[in-house]
Design a protein around this ligand. Structure first.
Ligand code: ADP
Ligand code: MG
Length: 420
């Protein structure tokens, strides 16, 4: 089960230890001698079995693992796969016997850093190989770090861009109720002035003559005022409620707590995102929501999740616009959002009856910067970010089903008990 302080990814293991996994004591001694701290290497640990090796790796702190694939408790590529699953950021160098070169090549294909045949490499060569492997690991770690930083920046940039695009729409959404609140206030002000003028006549105890009273009552048009004033008040209150709904949705949408997974009401998060993005879809589509009423709270990075929903809804609106312009249709399209709990997952579906996509496009949509849209409309980042948020960050999933000319459904799965 997740806790409130967990982070999206564990920090890299920058340890400089060396682990030798070898059941031949003679060769293990030899290797340990070559790579001694005196020669500038980190601390050496030695394991004879896979079980021991995994125990060491569990504790971490290794830059390199020298691995013999044939151990008492594990043989062949299975040994490599088990070690790699625990090796985190360490590079694995596979050692084979002379008769086993093919296995070394297979190990490389499985992601081993390098392989060599025992007894074939002199001490110097061995040290050089270890040093290169350590160098390349440092370079890899640095790259990973800058990639992670870049990914965060990109995600942030896309969010800012989306907010920028939404801003005009939101301004319009807020402007409309504000305008009629203004008109209503003006009308109420006039009505009030007229009423006060009428009653002022009575103030000094001057009761008007009956015909005069009749004339002034008619001028006041009390029937009209008693009908229109409550209406104007109610309309203004509705307008205020609308504006405050938009403002609170904006607050929800730009939710900053993105370093922390929190228990989130996804229905509410989606509702807020739809409110702020209203302008992006309402001119081309009718939007339906089918929210499960018994949805549990889901451990979620809310700001990022909101961004995923926004990206999907904007894409759906674009796909509908595209198909409508192709067919010259005037009827609005349809976007359907559904939430439900299925087993240990909360599933969110976003469907549209827009242009759809052929399989060759579907295969590329999650690639960074892949877009079929013209410059200014698409940057090709929406779905690659959605994938990173759903899969890497939430340990969930995202998939697509689409038919050209019929429409598209994106399915998101968020685990209720994410494994981290
Ligand atoms: N709902 C959809 N219907 C049809 N095509 C879609 C849909 N969503 C995404 N696509 C396709 O996937 C591409 C990549 O989407 P995305 O990563 O959001 O980038 P962008 O929207 O900026 O092009 C789009 O250019 C479009 O071709
Ligand atoms: Mg997009």
């Amino acid at each position: 089960m997740s806790n409130a302080s967990e982070r999206p990814a564990p920090p890299p293991d920058t340890g400089d230890g060396i682990l030798i996994v070898e059941d031949d004591p003679h060769f293990s001694d030899l290797l340990a001698g070559f790579l001694s701290p005196k020669a500038g290497f980190g601390e050496i640990k030695r394991a004879k079995t896979l079980a021991q090796a995994l125990e060491f790796l569990e504790a971490g702190g290794f830059a390199l693992v020298f691995l013999d694939l044939h151990l008492r408790d594990s043989r062949g590529l299975d040994t490599l796969i088990a070690v790699q699953a625990k090796a985190r950021d360490a590079n694995v160098l596979v050692m084979t016997s002379v008769a086993d070169e093919e296995l070394g090549l297979q190990a490389m294909r499985e992601g081993a850093h390098d392989y060599f045949m025992k007894g074939r490499i002199p001490p110097d060569g061995m040290r050089r190989m270890a040093r290169y492997a350590i160098e390349r690991r440092s370079a890899g770690l640095a790259l990973k770090k800058s990639q992670a930083a870049m990914e965060i920046q990109l995600r942030h940039a896309q969010k800012m861009e989306a907010i920028g695009q939404l801003a005009a729409g939101i301004a319009h959404e807020i402007n409309t109720p504000i305008q009629f609140i203004g008109d209503n206030c003006q009308f109420l002000g006039q009505g009030f002035t007229e009423l006060i003028a009428f009653f002022e006549g009575f103030a000094a105890g001057r009761v008007p003559a009956p015909e005069d009273l009749q004339r002034r009552l008619e001028a006041l048009d009390l029937d009209y005022l008693s009908l229109e004033i409550p209406k104007a008040i109610q309309q203004s209150l509705d307008g205020v409620a609308r504006v405050s709904k938009i403002v609170s949705a904006m607050k929800d949408f730009s939710h900053p707590g993105n370093a922390i997974r929190q228990a989130v009401d996804l229905n509410k998060a989606i509702e807020s995102t739809l409110t702020v993005s209203n302008n992006a879809w309402k001119y081309c589509a009718v939007l339906e929501t089918h929210f499960a009423t018994d949805l549990p709270l889901v451990p979620c990075f809310q700001g990022e999740f909101n961004q995923v929903i926004l990206n999907l809804v904007v894409n759906a609106a674009h796909a509908i616009e595209e198909s409508r312009s192709k067919r010259g249709e005037a009827t609005p399209g349809r976007i359907v959002i559904r939430t439900q709990r299925i087993g240990d997952e909360v599933v969110v579906e976003v469907s549209d009856n827009g242009a759809g996509m052929p399989p060759d496009i579907q295969a590329r949509i999650f690639d960074p910067f892949f877009t079929t849209k013209e410059v200014g409309k698409g940057t090709g980042q929406g779905l690659s970010i959605a994938r990173a948020v759903m899969v890497d960050q939430h340990k969930g999933r995202i998939s697509v089903q689409s038919r050209p000319g019929e429409g598209t459904t994106f399915t998101l799965g968020l685990p209720l008990h994410p494994v981290t």
